[in-house]
Structure formats: C-alpha cells, structure tokens
Design a binder for this molecule. Structure first.
Ligand SMILES: [Zn+2]
Length: 206
C-alpha cells in the first residue's frame, strides 16, 4: 500500500543499488544518470491539480488578485512537499539541457513587475494621474478577458496587483515558451539532417 511517510529510495538504473548520485554519476557503477523531464512534469501536474481545486474552493470576487497571488505562492511549498513524497527516478544518460518552464515563468514575472513599476512611475511623472491609469490598462491583459475582476486600478492593493501581474505573466510565459520550444526543436532537427547529409557524403567518398 502507498505510504507517503515511507519513501522508496531511488535506484540506480545501471546497478540497481540505492542511488548515490554524485555529479550526475552513480557512486557505485559510475554510469551517467539524470532525472528525466517526465518526473518534473508529474510533480508540477500534481501541484496544478491541487491549486485548481483549492482555487475553486476559495475564490473570492473582491480580492481576485490577492487570491491568485496566494495560490501562485503556495505552488512553492506544494512543489517541495510533492518532491519529498514522490522521490525522483533516474535514467541512463546525461541531462538534456534546456530552459525549464518554471525559470522562464519566474523571469517573465520579474520583468513584468519591473516593467509595471517603471511604466507606472514614468507615466505618472509625464502625463498625470488620470492618463497614467489609462496607459496602464494593458497590464490587466489577458486575465481581464476572463473576468473584469482582474482589472488593475488605483484602488487595488499591492498584493492584488502582484497577483494579477503574475497571473498574466503565466500566459506570456506559456506563449513565448511554446515558440521557443518549437524553434529549438526545428533547429535541432535541421542540424540533425545536416549532420545526416554530411555523414552520407563522407560515406560516398572513395
Ligand atoms: Zn549504479
């Protein structure tokens, strides 16, 4: 029976001994191992399921931004808890390098926040309070299309604004991440084809 308090120790896929991984290698048989992407996807999927369920149960119309911020922030402890409950597994080979979505998302959150600060101060200084509010409408996109309660205005608390900014950042991160992955996959494929052609050429050579 599944017992969350009795964790199974991950095993080395090379020698099947309890994994002691140092610098990407098994301490016993020295094979290269890595944690596959599927593991991280599974953990994040569980986090999202819990967050959606909690979000649906706790939704408050008055403070949608704060509600969203609390949900987004609770993703961090949830990720740690699930990471503890479900130990990773290893596969033979080395890490496939690439930018994970989480880092991408955090980077966009930070830049969104900074952009909002800079834009807010500069437009306040340049055009005055009423106009500044109008020029900042686009910070409410795209969540405002889902519900008008995600509109950023001057009566919003700081937590509300942060929640809406970080919620919107998710959509930007998702869109740009998909583009990044598609371009990356295409570049890799064309490089593989080029390598394949040059291999074929060299084989034809006498
Ligand atoms: Zn081993």
């Amino acid at each position: 029976m599944f017992n969350p308090f009795r964790r199974e120790t991950p095993k080395c896929p090379g020698c099947q001994r309890p994994a002691q991984i140092r610098r990407g290698r098994c301490a016993f048989c020295n094979v290269r191992v890595y944690i596959p992407r599927a593991y991280f996807r599974l953990i994040w999927l569980l986090v999202v399921v819990v967050l959606v369920a909690t979000g649906a149960a706790t939704y408050s119309r008055g403070h949608t931004g704060t509600w969203l911020l609390a949900l987004l922030l609770s993703a961090i402890p949830l990720r740690i808890v699930f990471g503890f409950l479900i130990p990773p597994w290893f596969e033979l080979g080395s890490i496939k390098y690439g930018l994970p979505f989480v880092l991408w998302y955090v980077a966009i959150c930070v830049s969104n926040f900074l952009y909002w600060q800079i834009w807010g101060w500069s437009s306040l200084a340049l055009v005055g309070k009423a106009d500044a509010r109008e020029t900042m409408d686009f910070f409410s996109l795209p969540l405002i299309w889902i519900s008008p309660s995600f509109y950023i205005n001057s009566s919003r608390s700081f937590a509300d604004v942060c929640g809406i900014l970080f919620g919107n950042a998710f959509f930007y991160a998702l869109a740009t991440f998909v583009v990044y992955r598609v371009v990356n996959a295409r570049l890799n494929r064309s490089r593989a084809i080029r390598l394949g052609i040059s291999d074929a050429d060299s084989e034809d050579e006498p």
